[in-house]
Design a protein around this ligand. Sequence first.
Ligand SMILES: *[C@@H]1O[C@H](CO)[C@@H](O)[C@H](O)[C@H]1NC(C)=O
Ligand SMILES: *[C@@H]1O[C@H](CO)[C@@H](O)[C@H](O)[C@H]1NC(C)=O
Ligand SMILES: *[C@@H]1O[C@H](CO)[C@@H](O)[C@H](O)[C@H]1NC(C)=O
Ligand SMILES: *[C@@H]1O[C@H](CO)[C@@H](O)[C@H](O)[C@H]1NC(C)=O
Ligand SMILES: *[C@@H]1O[C@H](CO)[C@@H](O)[C@H](O)[C@H]1NC(C)=O
Ligand SMILES: *[C@@H]1O[C@H](CO)[C@@H](O)[C@H](O)[C@H]1NC(C)=O
Length: 931
Amino acid sequence: MVMISFSRSASTRLAWILALLIIVVMMIQVRAQNPPGFINIDCGWKNSSAYLDNTLKIQYSFDGGFVEGGQNHEISPEFIAGANDDQQKTLRSFPDGSRNCYTLPSNSSSKYLLRAMFTYGNYDRLNKSMDGSLFLFGLHIGVNFWEAVNLSNWDPSVTVFKEVLTVVPSNSLSVCLINFGSGIPFISSLELRPLQDTMYPFVNTSVSVSYFKRIRFGNNTDPITRYPVDDYDRFWESWTSTSYPFINLNTANNVGSLPGNDFNVPSAILQQASTVDANYSRFSINVASGYNKDALSLQLLPIFHFTEINGSTPNRRFDIYSRGEGLFPGFSPSLLRVDSMYKSGQFLQKGDTLFTLNKTSSSSLPPLINAFEVYSLVRMENLTTDSDDVKYMKEVKTHYNLARTSWNGDPCSPRDYSWEGLTCDYSKSNQNPRIVTINLSSSGLGGGFAISFMNMTSLENLDLSHNNLTGAIPDYQLKSLKVLDLSNNKLDGPIPDSILQRVQDGLLDLRLQGNPVCSNSKDAYCSDNKKRNTTPTLLIAVIVPLVLISLVVGMFILWKLYWKGKSGDNEDYAMYEEETPLHIDIRRFTYAELKLITNNFQSIVGKGGFGIVYHGTLENGDEVAVKVLMETSIDESTDFLPEVQTLTKVHHKNLVTLQGYCQNKKCLALVYDFMPRGNLQQILRGGDIYSLDWEQRLHIALDSAQGLEYLHESCTPSIVHRDVKTANILLDKNLVGVISDFGLSRAFNDAHTHISTVAAGTLGYLDPEYHATFQLTVKTDVYSFGIVLLEIITGQPPVFNDPHTVHLPNWVRQKIAKGSIHDVIDKRLLDQYDASSLESVIDLAMNCVENAAIDRPSMTEVVSRLKVWLPVSSSKQSTSGTPRRKYSMDADIPKQFQLMVSGVSGVSNESSSFQSGYTGGLTEISTFSGR
Ligand SMILES: *[C@@H]1O[C@H](CO)[C@@H](O)[C@H](O)[C@H]1NC(C)=O
Ligand SMILES: *[C@@H]1O[C@H](CO)[C@@H](O)[C@H](O)[C@H]1NC(C)=O
Ligand SMILES: *[C@@H]1O[C@H](CO)[C@@H](O)[C@H](O)[C@H]1NC(C)=O
Ligand SMILES: *[C@@H]1O[C@H](CO)[C@@H](O)[C@H](O)[C@H]1NC(C)=O
Ligand SMILES: *[C@@H]1O[C@H](CO)[C@@H](O)[C@H](O)[C@H]1NC(C)=O
Ligand SMILES: *[C@@H]1O[C@H](CO)[C@@H](O)[C@H](O)[C@H]1NC(C)=O
């Protein structure tokens, strides 16, 4: 639970109190200062001298020096007495700015636990958490989104805490509060605890984890165990469930760790455990967390801590499941030594929060558990600004005493919160952003020119005009500066030769007009016009505007004339057409043309993460699918054209053909060949009418495999699709499989190592190794293809209920283990298949879904293994697309097609056959599905 309610009930006996007092006095004497590395901040506390927390015996200090801006508040008097601790009595709120950061000192590359606590306590007397409105703000850890703090409908006296385990990239750690526009962010306390670098080995620079649950078992009176029992001050909640007759065990013996145990669970916690009555063979732990977290949207990682503390050497063995899925089979705890069971880097995909421990048949005792932890994945995908740039920017900020609300946290990252007046270069995707432009014009700067500017090696454009700068430009070797605007300041010193030299060489555009140094100078950089011109200023002032105005008027008239006959409606979006397209061989459509060919975007044939797909007919009668991309689905529209360029170079009969594109301010669209049979997913799930026979299935599998093989092996650089799934395999009228949506995956250079910064893929098709390492390789596609192959064989979706949620490969594995391989085959085949090929194809599919990428075959191998099972005649493929299949479905084409093209906007009550093949992207919402 996220709630804390420390009950500090008075202790019972006088002796106890006396004993405690003595200990306390000793502790205060011994522990004059905090444990090394602990940082304890009581946000909003006004007194600059630190105080000793009575319970923890550690010192808390005020937050001055860690944060700028914000306001101090005290919670409302009615909640003061019941506050959990002194830190919860005050808070700092941030009514200004969209991001406000605390910056804490830390060691670069070290691992930390950071905890933030929030007690609203109706400090503003507005009753925000109970007035029915949304009260929500976000947290960033460094430059990445960590979690939201949701206090809507929240008891104002209850504390929310958030904890993250993270590796700090530099020598400071920032925690930022993000204003979502749903209430003023605030914070009550912040605690930083250093961890050992070996602890929680799955936490690294690209993966942090956020606390979801940490529980200890046994008979405990404290609802939360923390420091000093736990050296790292983790919060361990006591398990309180009463749904089983739990039996508590404990031992006075010390519990050791097995070599390589990376969690340092305190011995005091391991000395206790819970088991169940011997009449039970299993128990479940449900950790669904209630309303401050939404488990379904999270990827969770459980860690179980076990040790046998029941005297002798009992026979205890059990299986551990998450929902229906086996996590650790046949586990037996070691005597007085802790085993910590977790799958490194493998996060559970569905936010599963129900874990079951089930006695094996050979075991004589029921399961036992001592403690466990559950974390959710926090991706650290955004990079911090280059550390030198940060250092120099901070120096500039201090030098000029600049207090700007946005100048808080990292200067460039994340992009949406970059500092006002800076332009950053994010173009090198695996490198830290760099600062290229600084605009501090009219910022009231006084004093000398800050040397730090001169040291920024990527700075190209510096604008310090209209300030009160005095003195001279320092004599520094400039690194990369191209424009230096110092106009209208009070600079009077000499201009260094090194700078004059660069000006003369044409490497630097220097502007100094309006400075005392220019009073007697006729130099170009002292003149208002950069290129000194002999033309009288008056003439320029009159003629230039005149010429410009007539030009504009002329162009307007021409443009009017041009469009008069061309477009019937008045919305001339074409005026937004950009002037300079890249050189791309395929057709470039205007928005007006797209409107025409899609009949005013009348018939939607699909909808997905990237945008909506419309049916269209070209002038020559060819049918096309027009995928209109949502602008937000592409990082920057500048990524779009290079992407299109890649696409036009890819030609293969099993890859969907790009006919054209549209790019301007009004639209971003791709025009593909239309695939009348829709996608493989609909056909596999679409009921009995369109059932494919075994041979057709093998053909489609081979087609898709060949398309992927081409992307992997024949393209330079190789293209990893990243989102292979049945919804992305389209079928032409002859049931030839054609892969789509590969264009929106990115081309990359090295086929074997590539750190991906973007999560890709669809639930159920995700390569577990990719998720552990974030190393994207062609084998990621092989994994997803394996899932596709299993779907083709079984007709089952990748994840389904039987009766518990099960992942398709596990389901098949279970069937195979039971020796009933023929149970997996799709019932719609009515036993019409070749049994020997079935076994080989299952074998191949299971090979593709091996956990380790290295064990999976290449697509080339997949293609050759599939070819073995296709009759020679039909595997002779004809490039012209001549029919080669049996067409049990021919009669249905006109009908289905009819429905698809007339399935016009708003009609949502039709059957799922309306879903087209062009779903694309990560979501599978379809306006036409009845679900
Ligand atoms: C700050 O705290 C110190 C020690 O607790 C105390 O002596 C002092 O009076 C406090 N100052 C203010 C302004 O409250
Ligand atoms: C990274 O930055 C982008 C752009 O600001 C943002 O949309 C995205 O959510 C960030 N990612 C994380 C994990 O915070
Ligand atoms: C827990 O321990 C206390 C004594 O410390 C005992 O009175 C109580 O019955 C125990 N409860 C359980 C459920 O074992
Ligand atoms: C628990 O194990 C028994 C065999 O010991 C097995 O029959 C039963 O199906 C298992 N229960 C679950 C939920 O897996
Ligand atoms: C420069 O300083 C003077 C006096 O200190 C002040 O009046 C003026 O506004 C300043 N100008 C700018 C541009 O900051
Ligand atoms: C700028 O860089 C030089 C070395 O290139 C260094 O000596 C100097 O201290 C730096 N200046 C600042 C202000 O950091």
